[in-house]
Design a protein around this ligand. Structure first.
Ligand code: FAD
Length: 419
């Protein structure tokens, strides 16, 4: 799978990377490991980009990602970095807000609907197909809104109506038609089973939070990273841009106008992440990862993460919950959501809160992103010394970026073309 846009010339052993977020750090790490000399220019005064952990009264607050979902490559990376993964607690419930209450997602209504409609033939898989369109005959509009959309929004922060089927279910992108939903479920099950088993799976963090991973990469790349770098963008020798697509578009405006226009077509979802320390637990979320919340259900948030339950050693027995929202959250909105979650929690129960907000929080995995990334690959095919890497092209989560960066450095001039 082609994940990095463009290529670099391996005969030139120096590479300049723009951006020291996770994408820049991980690509820098693998390139250095392959013997390249690298320089990483970072505009801000710190590494990690959106990722970062703050210590608040003995407990940790994650700004963005709270965990790394493991795959074989990420597990191998942690071994190379000599980092001890902190596995998420086992046997936690995953909850979904149903009729104003956190419940298990597979409610009897959903299961009945699936078994009633699983014999149906799903729509033909075309370039334009959305996730909602694919699943509508199986689930109906009501369960797409109440079940499928919030579950997928836990990763993509985007409703199923906008999510692009081939981008989300990549393993099935080459299949044109399933005989029935049973057939789809069977193939999905088999494809998951066929994935290499690792000795540790699921979500992990680290003692000290995700900052520990960032710090370790930054330590290895210390002499290569230039912080507070404010010089204008230039392309001299091998250059890799590791920012969001909009910023990459700005950087390339003069030098590569066609690439710039296409990069700026990728849409981003505004996001807030607000961690709240409470004087007591939210009862309905006990022993759970937290709860996913359907869009348009009266909440400001689309999900609440139960930090103490997931990584107890990083929470020091403090009740802390992270609210993720598609709009700017303030204390007032958090209080309103808390009230909807639990009527017995009052504003006086809030001890402290930490809010992060991004206009360009996550790329929207819609048809436009798919078409733009496809076009960018075509436009960049003629580039010899320029590559672009980030979660809009490599996959939205950290593990996908690890795999993409690792694969790229092996043959950075002949990256396999599937587009
Ligand atoms: C709320 C939230 C929760 C998330 N949860 C998870 C999760 O649980 N698990 C998971 O796997 N993923 C998660 N993600 C996704 C993951 O955090 C992101 O994909 C990842 O952090 C993005 O890294 P990046 O390097 O692509 O971008 P960024 O983090 O945006 O980094 C870009 C860097 O480029 C720098 N830069 C910008 N302009 C310039 C310039 N002109 N010159 C030099 N440098 C520049 C910026 O300062 C920044 O440091 C989450 C994301 C969010 C927002």
């Amino acid at each position: 799978m082609k994940r990095v846009i463009g290529k670099i010339n391996p005969k030139d052993r120096h590479v300049t990377i723009w951006g020291a977020g996770f994408s820049g750090l991980i690509l820098g790490y693998y390139l250095k490991d392959m013997g390249y000399r690298i320089t990483i220019y970072e505009r801000s005064n710190k590494v990690g980009g959106k990722l970062g952990t703050k210590k608040v009264s003995g407990s940790y607050v994650e700004k963005a990602a709270n965990a790394l979902f493991l795959n074989a490559d990420s597990l191998e990376l942690l071994k190379e970095l000599k980092l001890e993964p902190l596995p998420a607690s086992k046997k936690l419930k995953r909850l979904l807000m149903f009729h104003g209450k956190p419940k298990k997602p597979f409610q009897i209504g959903v299961l009945t609907r699936i078994s009633m409609n699983a014999h149906k033939k799903p729509p033909l898989i075309t370039d334009g197909l959305t996730v909602a369109e694919f699943f509508r005959p199986l689930l109906g509009d009501d369960y797409i809104d109440r079940f499928l959309s919030p579950v997928l929004a836990g990763i993509y922060a985007t409703p199923a109506e906008q999510l692009h089927f081939k981008s989300i279910f990549e393993d099935f992108g080459n299949m044109a038609q399933f005989d029935s939903y049973w057939n789809f479920i069977k193939i999905m099950y088999r494809s998951n089973k066929a994935k290499p088993k690792t000795e540790l799976s699921g979500s992990v963090s680290f003692e000290g939070g995700m900052q520990t991973l960032i710090n370790r990469l930054a330590e290895i790349l210390k002499s290569e990273i230039k912080l507070n770098y404010k010089e204008p963008f230039r392309m001299k020798g091998n250059t890799i841009i590791c920012t969001d697509a909009i910023t990459a578009g700005d950087l390339l405006k003069e030098l590569r106008p066609e690439l710039s226009v296409e990069l700026k077509r990728v849409r981003y979802q505004e996001l807030s992440s607000a961690t709240v320390f409470l004087k007591r637990d939210i009862k309905s979320l006990q022993k759970s990862f937290g709860v996913l919340i359907p869009f348009e259900s009266g909440f400001h948030s689309i999900g609440v993460i139960n930090n103490k339950a997931i990584f107890p050693t990083n929470s020091q027995n403090v009740s802390s919950y992270t609210f993720i929202s598609r709009k700017k959250l303030g204390l007032e909105e958090i209080q309103e959501d808390l009230k909807l979650l639990s009527s017995d929690i009052t504003p006086e129960d809030i001890d402290h809160s930490e809010i992060s907000h991004w206009d360009n929080g996550l790329p929207v995995y819609d048809l436009q992103r798919y078409l733009s990334v496809k076009k960018l690959h075509q436009l960049a095919a003629k580039e010899e010394h320029l590559a672009i890497f980030g979660n809009f092209a490599a996959g939205i989560s950290l593990r996908e970026m690890i795999t993409a960066a690792k694969n790229f450095v092996v043959n950075p001039d002949q990256y396999p073309d599937i587009y």
